[in-house]
Design a protein around this ligand. Structure first.
Ligand code: DGJ
Length: 731
């Protein structure tokens, strides 16, 4: 976790502390306290040597003392104390029935692992606690780091084998977060599928275990590795206690939310245990993915804002100053695989004329890629489409004052490709079994060193030979038959971890060698969005669904966990291919301007009026994008809850607020509900600028923040699929 280097450092230094103390009554008990932002997190070692949660919530005064940590009472002979103690990291053993953080099998068949405190050390921004099995030389360093600004805690663990022999890890987590006992918890998470990602769900936290997961090899969109928990009935976006957790892992994963027998709630997250094992040899260590946790007393809205801030200031590759996203053009929906030099140049001319800053050529430029049946794996320019290579197109794009981006899908291969003909053994497969295709393609086994090296070298060569500023890194299917026959049987399931580690390694190496190149994580839409990939990529593609109305719902779900700063949103053609819904160009722009604006329409079909409108809207966007991408997002009306959707973004310096309002359909003469703004300074004067749409006639031109927040503003929207945008500038 990077240190914050902004002007806020001075405040942050005061706002942050790590304390290790001995409990007064028993000096062998150790208490570890972290303070960051508005959050205090306290864990301690109890008499039984277990590390347990003591407090996680609203920041407490520094002088606050804690009673010594006490193991939970066993509820009966059926539930020993280890099941009712809110442990931070448990081995599976000694009669544990709750979700363990680590489960192993030793070569002699022993599967019992009981971890006890051994030592600790304080490090920058956190502490490490070393735990050890009661008899075997298995060590686990439980690691904590806190983000000074947001109080987000980063948990992870390093498992170390000094037993003299290998053992199998069968389940491992970054750690467990424990919530205070309560009976009315509610879980928020997202579900989805291709073109329908980010579908928000709420359900009570039930007795027993709820597992959110991906068994797909990568992050997936059926669930996303993020959750929030608040209290049932806390319906306001911006009030109430919320705990949240998110995994930094782009492989198969699981987050278990478990209400135990005494109604304690445990949240455990790590690689998915399904079909998993990892052979840890003597002398080796296994570092888990990061499992982040945070707390806000300002509702799910406040929790999202903390996550956004953390992503922008601490996680993204160039944090705390990631570059604002340029307005880009992408050729996919216009040309699909039919790309060629003349066609792309013509689109580039048109894109430049409306103020686009980055021109991205999508799929179809390489190998024999004339459709989705061939070419993946052959990362050389198609000579029929680009007889002189990419240089003439790139030069043209540069001459138009745009930078150039290119689509790749490096982990995949079509059976109809030179690469597959040469290396059929490079794909995930079980010997002698069918190889199931998805979109006519197979998944390369990136866990293999030769495959890793091939992919790295192919991308490196592409970037060395061409002046490319941006890669859209796509990934268009999930795993099947995840076999790896080239390694001994007991190592074959290492594929789940080694694949993802090699994916990260390639991203890291490319970034080191080509530090100015930016990368987008795309997976047929939003199937690879998580805090792991976000550390190595600059933006993400949330969905192939570019219908501007559907996007309001998708973008809202996305925004619960992820920042608009990374959320690419294209303006595409109408009616959309998705729903055949016709929407005005203005509506489509306003929907996309809620994130990082891109254009994905077929500009060859645009009228002069469309170009004029686009020029105006892109110009407006450039004037507000810092507020939209870096500001604080308030979800004022949810598209899930009625006919309206409204968001407000307030700039970091508080000088600007940008409001987008959408009406799906008006009926029975009902006016648009009044909009009450948030996050303004009560006594400051803000001037209203209506960019598109109309405010009601009695709306003042300028008023205090208090007026806009408490009196509110009425917009005059009527009809179907109408939209408005207005800006408040502090005087
Ligand atoms: C899926 C992506 O999400 C699309 O934007 C596009 O790049 C296609 N793949 C290209 O095959």
């Amino acid at each position: 976790m990077r240190r914050i280097r902004s002007a806020a450092l001075l405040m942050a230094a005061v706002a942050f502390s790590i304390q290790v103390s001995r409990a007064q009554s028993n000096p062998s008990q150790r208490v570890f306290r972290l303070d960051g932002g508005d959050v205090t997190y306290v864990a301690g070692v109890n008499d039984a040597g277990q590390l347990q949660t003591m407090y996680w919530g609203e920041r407490l005064p520094a002088a606050q003392e804690f009673a010594p940590p006490k193991p939970g009472q066993g509820s009966s002979s059926f539930d020993m104390s280890s099941n009712t103690t809110p442990q931070e990291f448990t081995g599976w053993g000694g009669g544990l029935y709750v979700e363990p953080d680590l489960k192993v099998t030793f070569p002699d068949g022993n599967r019992d692992l009981v971890l006890k405190y051994q030592s600790h050390r304080v490090v920058a921004d956190g502490f490490d606690v070393v735990m050890k099995d009661i008899s075997r030389e298995v060590y686990v360093t439980v690691q904590y780091r806190i983000d000074r600004e947001t109080g987000i805690v980063r948990r992870s663990a390093e498992v170390s084998n000094r037993t003299g022999a290998p053992f199998l890890i069968e389940q491992v987590a970054g750690g467990t977060y424990n919530l205070p006992r309560a009976l009315n918890y509610q879980l928020h998470y997202v579900t989805g599928r291709w073109a329908g990602e980010w579908d928000l769900q709420q359900q009570p936290v039930h007795a027993g275990r709820t597992v959110l997961e991906s068994r797909r090899g990568t992050t997936g969109s059926q669930n996303n590795p993020w959750i929030m928990v608040d209290h049932v009935g806390d319906h306001d976006q911006d009030t109430g206690e919320v705990w949240f957790a998110a995994l930094g892992w782009s492989g198969s994963w699981q987050i278990s939310i478990e209400q135990d027998v005494v109604k304690g709630v445990r949240i455990t997250g790590g690689p998915n245990a399904f079909d998993f094992s990892y052979l840890l040899k003597n002398g080796e260590t296994f570092q888990t993915p990061y499992f982040y946790g945070g707390f806000s007393s300002q509702g799910v809205g406040g929790a999202s804002r903390l996550l956004h801030r953390f992503e922008v200031d601490s996680l993204l590759p160039h944090a705390p100053q990631p570059k604002l996203r340029p307005v880009l053009y992408n050729s996919w929906e216009a040309t699909t695989f039919n790309v060629d030099e003349a066609g792309q140049m013509a689109l580039a001319d048109k894109a430049a004329s409306i103020g686009v800053e980055r021109f991205v050529m999508d799929d179809g430029w390489f190998g024999q890629r004339n459709n989705d049946h061939a070419g993946l794996g052959d990362w050389t320019v198609n000579p029929q489409k680009f007889p002189h290579g990419l240089k003439p197109l790139i030069d043209k794009v540069h001459s138009l004052k745009m930078d150039f981006g290119l689509w790749v899908e490096p982990e995949m291969v079509n059976p109809d490709s030179d690469l597959y003909r040469k290396h059929p053994d490079w794909v995930l497969n079980f010997t002698g079994r069918p190889r199931t295709e998805g979109r006519n393609q197979l998944v390369l086994n990136l866990a293999r060193k030769d495959v890793h090296d091939y992919v790295l070298q192919a991308l490196d060569k592409l970037l060395n030979e061409n002046d490319i500023a941006f890669l859209k890194w796509d990934y268009n299917r999930n795993w099947s038959e995840p076999g790896w026959s080239a390694v001994p049987v007991e190592e074959q399931k290492n594929v789940y971890v080694d694949f993802t580690r090699n994916y990260y390694d390639i991203l890291e190496k490319l970034r080191q060698k080509h530090p100015s190149v930016e990368i987008e994580s795309c997976s047929g839409g939003g199937s690879r969005v998580d805090l792991g990939v976000m550390h190595l990529t600059d933006e993400v593609w949330p969905s192939d669904n570019t219908d501007a109305y559907d996007r309001l719902l998708l973008q809202e779900g996305f925004s619960y966990a992820y920042s608009p700063a990374v959320m690419m949103a294209w303006v595409t053609d109408s009616p959309t291919w998705v729903n055949q819904r016709a929407l005005s160009l203005e509506y489509r722009f306003l929907s996309s301007m809620q994130g990082s604006l891109g254009i994905g329409a077929n500009l060859n079909k645009w009228t002069p009026e469309d170009f004029a409108k686009a020029r105006t809207m892109i110009d407006v966007y450039k004037g507000v994008r810092e507020t939209v991408q870096r500001g604080s997002l308030y979800r004022l009306m949810s598209p899930r809850e009625g006919e309206q959707a409204v968001t407000e973004s307030v700039s970091r310096d508080g000088r600007q607020a940008v409001i987008f309002a959408f009406l799906h359909s008006s009926s029975q003469l009902y006016p648009f509900p009044r909009i009450y703004l948030r996050g303004l300074r009560e006594d400051a004067i803000y001037k209203l600028r209506v960019v598109t749409g109309k405010s009601e006639d009695d709306t003042p031109q300028s008023a205090t923040g208090a007026y806009w927040m408490h009196h509110g503003v009425d917009v005059a929207l009527r009809g179907d699929f109408q939209a408005a945008m207005f800006v408040l500038d502090r005087q």
